[in-house]
Structures are given as C-alpha cells and as structure tokens.
Write a protein that binds this ligand. Structure first.
Ligand code: PGA
Length: 878
C-alpha cells in the first residue's frame, strides 16, 4: 500500500511539474511564481496558519483581470491531472508480490465463499450464466470535460503505463517524458469549456464512442475472466450465450423535459447504432477472416460452404458481405430512403449463427485453442451487443401523455381526459385498448406537442423490437399513466408487447408504488399485454430532492419491498430499474455496496440501473477500469441473489420510520418552508450561472419557477460547488440527534452492524460530510449574500456541524473517515488546489453579477473554468 501511494505521489508530482513547465513557457516565471505562492498559501492555510491564509488571499487579490483565467485554468488542469494519476493507479500493473485490487478478486473470492456456504457448483454456474444485468447509459448533463480533452487524458494515462516499467532504458524514459510534456501542453492550450451545447445526436455518438473505445474490449475480457473464475471454482464453464451484463441507452431516447430530443432524433440514433454495430463487427470479422485459414471442418460447416478449401474464411466472408450491406443500408437510411436488400442483417441470429458454426467446428476438429481466441471474443460481443449495439429506451413525462389524450378526447367530443378522475380514465383507456376501431380520427390536427408524442410512438412501433428497451414514464403516479402509453402505442400501430415502465420519483408516489402496481396487475387484460417481467423504475434523485435523503432512502427501500411482495403474490416477475445519479444526493455511491444493501428479494438475478454522465467516463471510459466495474456489478448481483441481506427487524423499521419522519420535516422545514430559502440559494450558490454551462442538450429547468422546477442535477451541482452539499445530508442531523437523545444509540449501532441498508446510508453520509466544508461555504456567503440572508446561511452551517457531530456520535470516532486514511489524504491533497478555486469563484461570481452579461469574456470563461475545476477536484458535478 505504502509503495503504491509513493508511486502515485511521484506521478502526481511529475505531472504537476510538467504542467508548470508548460505554464512557464507561455506566461514566464513570474506568473508561475504567483501560482506557486497561491498554492503554498492554500496549503499552509489548511494547516491552520493565519499567515498562509493571508498569503493566499493577498496573492489572489493582486491578480489583475487578465490573470484570473490562467490561474483558474492552472488549478483546474492540475486537479484533472491528479485524477488521471489516481485512476491509473487503480489499474496499474501489479508485481508478483503485490495483491490484486479488490475489483479483480471479488468474483473468484465470492464463488469460493458461496461454494463453501453450500451452494452447489451446478447452481452457481447456472445462476451466473442466467444473470440479467442491464446498465443504461444516459446523457445526464454532468460531464464537464470536453471529449477532446478526455482523449488527451486517456493518452496521458497510457504514458503513465508506459513509464511504469523498471527496465526502461534512459532513452526510453526520456521519450515517455517528452510525450507526457507534449500531451500536457496540448491540454493546456485547448479550451476546456465547450462553446455550444451538444445536440442529442452528439450525446449518443459520445455514448457509442465509449462502447467502441472501451466496452468493446472490456466485455469479452471480463467474460473470459469470469469464465476462468467459474471454471477454477466449479469445473464448469460459462455458456457461450451467456450475457450477464448488457447495455441500454437513453441518449437520443430520453425526451423528458428535453425538447431537443424529437422523433426524428430517435430515429437517427437508432440508425447510427446499427451503423456503428455493423462497423465494429466488420473490424472483427475482417481480422477473423484473415486468421481462420484452417481447412478441417465439421459436417455442419461443410454443409454451408461446400468443398471450399478454406471453409472458415468462406463462411466469414459471407458474413462480411452482409455486414457491409447492413452498414451501407444504415448509411443511406440516415440520408433518406434506402434500398432494402435481403443481405441486410435484421435478426441477431443471422450474426450469431455463422460465428457459432465456426466455433463448434473448430472445437470438433481439435482446434479448440483457436476457437477460444478472438473468435470467442467476437461471439461474446455478438451475444452482448447484438446488431443494435444498445437497447434504446424512450422516456417521456406522464403529463405529456395525459395532455395528448386530453386533446384527443376533447376533439372527439368525449370531454376532457385531464379532468377525469382515475376511475373514469381507466374505464376509457381499457375500453379503447380492447377496441378494434382506431381512436385517432383521420382529420385530427394535434398541437405541436401532441404531434411530437404521437410521432415518437410511431417511431417506437416501426423500430425492430430488439433495438428498443423500455418506454419509461417519468412522474408516474397512477395505473392510468401506464395504460395511457399503451394506448398511444397501440394507436401508433405497435403490434408487439413493449415494456411500459412507470418511474416513481416523489415521496408520495414511491409510497403508492406497490398499490399502483397491484391495481395494474389486476386490471382485466393487463397481464395479457405484459410479456416478461413487470418493470418498475425507482427515482432516487427527485425523491431525495423532494424529501431529503433520509426519508427518500427509506421510501425507496419500502417501495421495493412492497413491489417484491405484490409481484410475488401475483406471480409476476419483477424487474426493478434504479434511476440513480453519481452523487450521494442523487442516490449515488459505490455500486457494489449499494446492490448488497437492497431489500431481500429485490435483486433476484435481475438488475437494471442508470449510469449517468461523468460516471460513464469514470467507470467505463478505459477498458481496464470498465472491467473492474463490470466485475463489481456481476459479483454484487450474484451475491444479492444467492445470499440476500437479512429482513430488517421490526424495531429497526420503527426506528427508521422515526428517522424518516424527522428527516423529512427538518428538510422541508428549510427547503420548502423557510421564507428566505430560495433567495438564499440563488445568492449563495452559482445556480443561475450553471445554466450557462453548455453541458448537455437539455435545459436545466423543466419550466420557469423556483426550486421545484429545477432538475435534480443543477440542484445538487450548485450545492456541491459551495461545499455545503446541503441536499445530501439535510435532515439527518435532526433525525440522528433526536434518536440519540431518545437513548436509541444502541439500536442504531445494531442497525449499522447488521443491516447493510442502514450501514451504507451512514457510510455515504459520512463521505459527503467529509467532503463538505462549512468554512468554504462561509466564503460564498461573505462575498455574495446580502446581510439579511446571512443568518440563514449561518444556521445551515450550524446544521452541517450538527450532522457531523451526530455521525461521529454514532460511529464513536473522533474524526470523519478516520477509518479510511487514504480517502482523507486524497481529500486533503485536493483541498490545496480546491481552496484557491473556491476563493476565485466567489470573486468571479461577485464581479460577474455586477456586470452586464458578457458571454465570452475572460471573466465568464474563468468562472466556468472554476466550476469545472471544483467539479473535477471533488470528482462530482451534480
Ligand atoms: P432526471 O434525473 O432529472 O432526468 O429525472 C435526475 C437525476 O438523475 O438526478
């Protein structure tokens, strides 16, 4: 451990020095000296030195307008370089005597453990082969880094790997250093903030690029190792057709509150996915056709290629021609009307069968060692990604469907759907779902919004079933929300079943999730339309924004429990879809612990979750890192399925009820009821300014208004920047303090020890509190908040201290994260670079708020860079 840390520090130091050289080359030694003074001031100030604090603020005060931007950039880039080094050290080569990282050991160790606990080899192999995990990549606007820079960062990581060999000659070492120097200079001279918003199609392309550059390598390699681990423990192999983890996407399909995602965009993205898939397989097949020059073949292969001298090549060349035809067809379809040729691949089987045939034949003819090479990898890709690369989900807000139906019923003279109660709606919807006559009259002229809803349904109806995932309804609250979509899809001509998934995302809706699904399942005809499991999506971030994390977490847990119960009574399989963000305030946290803390029975071999924005890069951006994260998912879902956590004791539940009740009242007492809260939020945080950061294709708000109209991401983002991190903890201070006061500390301790759900919540809370910083938040107040609002700020910081005190009271430690010195060290190293950025940001916000809007001015740029830098330093945006 110590050695790894030393090497990490060396790398960080080296990258910092190379950045210094770059800055020196552009601005000279005097300027670099200023940066050094700022950094040193920040460092000693953190150690409590008043002189350091003075040096820091004096050095910042002396900066003229022109210097603000390069200073902000210097600290931002340094934090990004530190991230690269840290990330690289998670995957760097380990020497023979160094332990493998947890992520690489987790599956083999789990299999051993399960075997020792009495699970049979057969049962383990069967369950592993059957796991159905789907990671849904979304375009949630949290990625601040530009793609151009991400590519440079990846190249820097590659050079760190290249220099990590003790036997490099000095010429080789110099060469690596020169390359690093050049890459860092390239990054320095590249603007870090996008000038314009990406379009939804750009976002989808970015998602495809992650597959192309990382997952395409990571998936077969991860499966190969899972197969080896299974074989080593049980002697059994992973079936060829096993795809325990698949990928879906929201990029270009999620139109909730994003008018830029239209039916035409969805169509384009579906075609792009087909183009991309065909192109990727072509690269594989070309390589295989070059390699598989063997002559012996089994009768099945012979039957397909006759007496060809090189049977494998013959079959693969046929497949190659069909992939070419598919790619050209997709290309033409993107630009208009394509000629449909029978050669175009339409069904995954057409891709799989030739590969399987070659594979089997090689094995039959004693060439298994060849079969199990790149051919096996390609086969596994084909099973995992298929012809459509990802399954595209569609998401739309429940109110948009209701509005569409309202227009239709009004036009037909049936009255106003929007005004009907639930019973009337259900009656109408069911009758129409059962009816053979169309509902939409030929001359109906819908409003533009309704026309868009209907056009989307038509795209869904026209797309091949295997290219689509689920139709998700945000802000769902009643059975009619689901039937409404089923009816609109039927009207659009959909003739096959489609998963229509309610997303429950407020406290009230989560509490009703069980009863709503029960009612749905009992509606006549509903079960016949439900092919496969009943999917239900749990919204983590909006429920937390609505009720605070204490009550939201408990509501999410209870909703899942009831859903498990309802579906088991009704003998319907349940698929829970977890809509969580990257940060704690949006339900984020380490996936492994999170999965193991779900209610028993809720992870029964199936698991669907979102992977959002910046988290896609952090977790899946590089093949080795992606493999580690895939391992974690696989192991956690297997474990939660075979060894579910205990059912909570009644006393734990009751205490959790009390914590939640106290939590929500404290949270809402501030966020909803305090008359000055919204104004304080606006002044103390960069919320308004964040809207100017062109992060994603969608607007920051669903509609005009206060906190309630703000989406969860900018809500969390704003509080992260000031380090108050309010949404992630507010409510816990009151809930825990009350419980401790009631003398329930022993019970809390018991819950922490024996109930993974509770332990994980407290761990996450502790982590957030360790990253929060009242003193930094105070700087924002001093510089930006009018005096009448300052007492509120003071009160919130006081609550923050209370929250920390309560957690310490619970864990019995003297310092947050005392049990994890490496994390503490990482936070403290970053603070040296973050502190100047926070100070700069308060200054820039103040100056920017005094002036007219000057979009491209250096001041505005510096402000946005400070935002990006703080996000990078905390490894989180919103
Ligand atoms: P949403 O997601 O705003 O797209 O519903 C919220 C989040 O992920 O935080």
């Amino acid at each position: 451990m110590a050695e790894i840390d030393a090497r990490l520090r060396e790398d960080v130091h080296q990258l910092g020095e190379l950045l210094g050289n770059t800055i020196n080359a552009q601005y000279g030694a005097a300027f670099l000296g200023k940066i050094e003074r700022i950094r040193k001031g920040a460092k000693t100030a953190r150690r409590g030195s008043a002189a350091g604090a003075e040096q820091l603020s004096a050095a910042l005060d002396q900066l003229n307008d022109d210097e603000l931007l390069p200073v902000a950039r210097a600290f931002n880039q340094f934090l990004n370089l530190a991230n690269i080094a840290e990330q690289y050290h998670r995957i760097r080569r380990r020497g023979a005597n160094e332990p493998e990282p947890f992520e690489s050991r987790v599956l083999p160790e789990l299999l051993q453990r399960l075997l020792a606990k009495g699970h049979s080899a057969d049962a383990l192999a069967r369950q592993l082969g059957r796991l159905d995990i789907e990671l849904v990549l979304t375009a949630h606007p949290t990625e601040v880094a530009r793609r151009t820079l991400i590519q440079k960062y990846d190249a820097i990581a590659a050079q760190l790997a290249a220099q990590d060999h003790s036997d490099l000659s000095s010429a080789e070492r110099e060469q690596v250093t020169a390359r690093l120097q050049r890459l860092i200079a390239e990054a320095w001279h590249t603007e870090e903030i996008r000038r314009s918003r990406p379009s939804p199609v750009d976002e989808a392309k970015w998602g495809f690029a992650v597959i192309e550059h990382s997952l395409w390598q990571a998936v077969p390699s991860f499966l190969r190792k899972a197969d080896q681990a299974l074989q080593a423990t049980t002697g059994l192999r992973l079936p060829l057709t096993a795809a325990p983890i698949r990928f879906a996407s929201w990029m270009g399909g999620d139109r909730d509150g994003n008018p830029n995602v239209t039916a035409a965009v969805t169509r384009e993205v579906l075609l792009l996915a087909r183009w991309m898939a065909a192109d990727l397989y072509l690269r594989d097949i070309e390589q295989l056709a070059a390699e598989l020059s063997m002559q012996q073949a089994n009768p099945e292969l012979r039957a397909q290629v006759g007496d060809s001298i090189e049977p494998y090549r013959s079959l693969l060349k046929q497949l190659r021609e069909r992939l070419r035809a598919t790619r050209s067809w997709a290309q033409e379809a993107l630009h208009g009307q394509p000629a449909v040729s029978p050669a175009v691949l339409q069904d995954n089987r057409e891709l799989l069968e030739p590969l399987q045939c070659c594979y089997q034949s090689l094995h039959d003819c004693g060439m298994g060692v060849i079969a199990d090479g790149p051919l096996l990898d390609c086969l596994r890709r084909a099973v995992t990604f298929g012809l459509f690369l990802v399954r595209l989900d569609v998401r739309q807000d429940a109110s948009r469907h209701a509005a569409a139906l309202d227009e239709i019923t009004d036009y037909l003279g049936l009255g106003h759907y929007a005004e009907w109660d639930e019973e009337a709606r259900l009656q109408f919807l069911q009758a129409e779902l059962d009816s053979r006559r169309p509902l939409l009259p030929a001359h109906f002229k819908p409003s533009a919004e309704t026309a868009e809803v209907l056009a989307t349904c038509r795209e869904v109806a026209a797309a091949p079933a295997a290219s689509l995932g689920s139709y998700v309804i945000s802000m769902a609250g009643a059975p009619s929300d689901v039937l409404a979509v089923q009816l609109l899809l039927k009207e659009a001509g959909l003739q096959r079943p489609m998963r229509v998934v309610p997303l429950f995302e407020t406290l009230a809706d989560l509490d009703q999730a069980g009863p709503v699904i029960e009612r749905l399942l009992n509606l006549p005809g509903y079960r016949a339309r439900l092919h496969g499991p009943q999917e239900v999506m749990i919204g983590y971030s909006d429920s937390a924004k609505d009720a605070g994390t204490t009550a939201a977490a408990w509501a999410q847990y209870r909703a899942q429990e009831t859903l498990v119960k309802v579906c088991s009574e009704q003998q319907v399989e349940l698929l829970l879809f977890h809509g969580r963000g990257g940060t704690v305030g949006r339900g984020g946290g380490p996936a492994h612990a999170a999965i193991l803390s779900q209610p028993p029975g809720s992870v029964a071999g199936r698991f669907r979750t979102t992977e959002q924005g910046e988290m896609i890069r952090f977790k899946f951006g590089l093949p080795d890192i992606a493999e580690q994260n895939l391992n974690l998912y696989l192991a956690a879902v297997l474990e939660a399925t075979l060894q579910p956590p205990p059912t909570p004791e009644p006393a734990w539940r009751e205490l959790m009820d009390r914590l939640a009740a106290d939590g929500v009242s404290a949270y809402r007492g501030v966020v909803r009821e305090h008359p000055q809260f919204v104004e304080y939020f606006r002044q103390a945080t960069p919320e308004q300014e964040l809207g100017r950061l062109p992060l994603g294709s969608r607007p920051a708000k669903r509609r005009a208004g206060g906190v309630e109209s703000l989406r969860a991401i900018p809500w969390i983002f704003a509080w992260t920047q000031t380090r108050l991190m309010l949404p992630a903890w507010l409510g816990w201070e009151h809930a825990l303090a009350n419980a401790l006061q009631r003398g329930e500390s022993q019970l809390l301790g018991q819950m922490r020890e024996h109930w993974p759900f509770f332990r994980t919540r407290i761990d996450m809370l502790e982590m957030v509190l360790a990253k929060a910083d009242g003193a930094i938040a105070e700087l924002y107040d001093e510089r930006l908040v009018e005096s009448s609002l300052r007492p509120l700020g003071e009160r919130l910081r006081d609550l923050l201290s209370q929250a920390s005190a309560a957690v310490l009271g619970l864990t019995g430690q003297s310092q947050l994260l005392a049990h994890s010195p490496e994390t503490l060290e990482a936070i403290s190293v970053r603070n040296t670079y973050l502190d100047p950025l926070h100070l700069l940001q308060t200054e820039l916000l103040a100056r920017s708020r005094q002036r007219e809007n000057q979009a491209d001015s250096p001041l505005e740029q510096a402000l946005l860079v400070s935002v990006a830098g703080i996000a990078a330093g905390l490894r989180n945006t919103g």
